[in-house]
Design a protein around this ligand. Sequence first.
Ligand SMILES: [Fe+2]
Length: 274
Amino acid sequence: MQLMKSSYTELTARGHVTDLLKPDETLEMLETYGFAVTQSPSVTVSTADAHREMAAIRSDFGLGEPYVPLLYRDRDEPIVTEVTRKGGSDHPVFHTGEAQGWHTDGLLEDIGTIKTTLLYCVSPAHRGGSTFLLNAGRVFDELRAEDPEAADVLLQDTILGRRSTIPGVDREALGPVFLELASGHYATRYGEGRVERWYPRDAAEQHALDRALRFFRARRDDPDVRIDLLLRAGQCLIFRNDVLAHGRENFTDDPRHPRLLLRSLHTNAPKKTS
Ligand SMILES: [Fe+2]
C-alpha cells in the first residue's frame, strides 16, 4: 500500500469509480488510496442484486464471510446490515438521517481488527448522505514529524475509550489511536464524535493530546487527505477500515424511495485471489 504518500486531490480530477467486472483495477485503487468504488453493470439494482454483487466482491478479494462486531453479538442483527432511516429504532447511527462524525467501524474491537468495510448503495438519499474518508495514517505521520510528543500520546494503549451509545448497552473498549504496523503503515481507531472518552494520565499528556486533536481538526478537511463520496445506486464503496477514518453527511429522504445502503465488515484485507 502506498497510502502514506497518496493524494486524494488527483483522484477528484481523475475519477475513482471502477468496473465491478475488473477486480485488478479495483485492487490497485485499494492499494494506492485505501478505497475503491465499484459500479454495477446493471442500470437499476434491487436489494437482491446488491447482496449478489457484495458476495461477488467478497469472493473476488478474499474477504471471507462478513464479521459480526462484538457490540452486536447478543442482538439480533443480520450480518449484512441495512443502513436506512427507521422510525422507532434505538440504533444511534444506522437508522437515522443524522450526520456521523469521524470514526472507524468496530467500536469494541481491538485496533486493526476490522480491515475492510463494504457499503453498497441500493438507493441514495433525496439530498445529502455523502460518505467521507480520511487518510488518517498520513496525517498521523505528519504529526509525528511536527510534534512527536503529541503523536506519542496517540500511540498509548489506554488513551482512547470508545463507549457504546446504544441505550442499555453499557460497554467501553480501551486502546491506542494509532498502532505502527510492520508494513510502515499505521492502523487507526481515530474518531471524534459521541463515543470517544480520552484518558490522558497527567496534565502534560492532556496538553499533548489537545495539540494532537487540534492538529487533526486542522488537517482533516484538506482535500489531499480527505475525499467525499456520494454513492449512486449500484455503487459499492470498499475501504480499508483499519487505516482510514470515515464519517457521513446528514441526509433527507424521499419517503417513497428512502436511502438504503448495505454494510458488511470483514477481518481480511482485500487481496488478489486469481
Ligand atoms: Fe461507519
